[in-house]
Design a protein around this ligand. Structure first.
Ligand SMILES: NC(=O)c1ccc[n+]([C@@H]2O[C@H](COP(=O)([O-])OP(=O)(O)OC[C@H]3O[C@@H](n4cnc5c(N)ncnc54)[C@H](OP(=O)(O)O)[C@@H]3O)[C@@H](O)[C@H]2O)c1
Length: 284
């Protein structure tokens, strides 16, 4: 048994594999190959989004992978700009059509605000988008529903009138960026957190302190970082289109000590360098 066989159980009883494949920046025409390669290696959880422009390719990969559709957990995200009930319903249909699937395992509101207006007030729009997800969940086309990049007040806003508590909140979580209070709040509401950019979008690969710790454990920096997120009790979604990286990213059968978890939690100097536009809400 490897990490690829392990699952968490969402509050609605649906099982979600602990390790998934992120697909941001995988082109549509390369996504099917990446998904098929990942499934062959043993990945069962694939994360895409309307904003990635690769739902078609991801869906093709899922439909042509060598395991049955039912054994895969496919997530996508409602575009951050959609804050209206009717548009959200239409976009959900768009994802089903784009993926070429009759069912999505998890669909998230991608962000509480559109990417070009982080300071705007979209409280009402988020409640409308949520109602559309609830309705699609009720009829069964979406098995689980959730949000992404939602802070506590964003969650409280949709909880006001919700009939379904979000099953998931997908957040930026990596060594050096661990939103402890929000993680605890989500846990208190039985909202499972998924860690996006667990390797800090690649920026942490050059961090000397993390490199030294990885060496101590005899693992790579990505393995250490992925293991860190898993030991926090969250889903980990590293992105790669490289099958060698997919394989090694799943070899995380080691234990980070409590002291080293604290060091990674408190890490302060992740240099985003060429990724300097990252992370604060520039992610997708
Ligand atoms: N909800 C949101 O707002 C949001 C935001 C950002 C990301 N996400 C999700 O989270 C996923 C992951 O985040 P991310 O793409 O930002 O970054 P990430 O997974 O933290 O890092 C990806 C980078 O790490 C490299 N990498 C992966 N495995 C490696 C290995 N074993 N050795 C060396 N380099 C390795 C990749 O390069 P190679 O491709 O060359 O391997 C890529 O450059 C996304 O794809 C997306 O699904 C969601």
């Amino acid at each position: 048994m490897t990490i690829l066989d392990e699952t968490y159980t969402l509050s609605n009883g649906v099982e979600i594999p602990k390790l998934g494949l992120g697909t941001w920046f995988i082109d549509d025409d390369q996504a099917a190959d990446a998904v098929r390669a990942a499934v062959e290696i043993g990945y069962r959880n694939i994360d895409t989004a309307q904003a990635y422009g690769n739902e078609r390719g991801v869906g093709e990969g899922v439909r042509t992978a060598y395991v049955p559709r039912d054994e895969l957990f496919v997530s996508t995200k409602l575009a951050a700009e959609i804050k209206d009930y009717d548009q959200a319903l239409a976009a959900i249909d768009g994802s089903l059509n784009g993926l070429g699937l009759d069912r999505i395992d998890l669909m998230l509101i991608h962000s509480p605000q559109p990417w070009d207006d982080f300071r705007g007030d979209y409280a009402q729009g988020n409640r409308e988008a949520w109602r559309a997800l609830e309705d699609a969940h009720r009829v069964g086309t979406i098995r689980s529903i959730g949000v992404s990049n939602f802070q506590q007040h964003d969650l409280e806003n949709i909880l006001q009138g919700a009939t379904v508590v979000p099953h998931v909140n997908q957040l930026l979580v990596h060594a050096g960026n661990t939103p402890a209070e929000l993680l605890a709040y989500c846990e208190s509401k039985q909202i499972l957190v998924e860690a996006y950019s667990p390797i800090a979008h690649g920026a942490i690969l050059q961090n000397a302190e993390v490199q030294a710790m990885a060496q101590k454990y005899g693992v790579t920096v990505p393995q250490l970082c992925i293991r860190y997120t898993l030991q926090l009790g969250v889903v980990s979604l590293p992105k790669t289109a490289n099958p060698e990286h997919m394989r090694s990213n799943a070899e995380v059968d080691f234990e980070i000590s409590g002291d080293d978890m604290d060091v990674l939690r408190e890490l302060r100097d992740v240099d985003y360098g060429e990724h300097s536009a990252f992370p604060v809400y520039s992610g997708k």
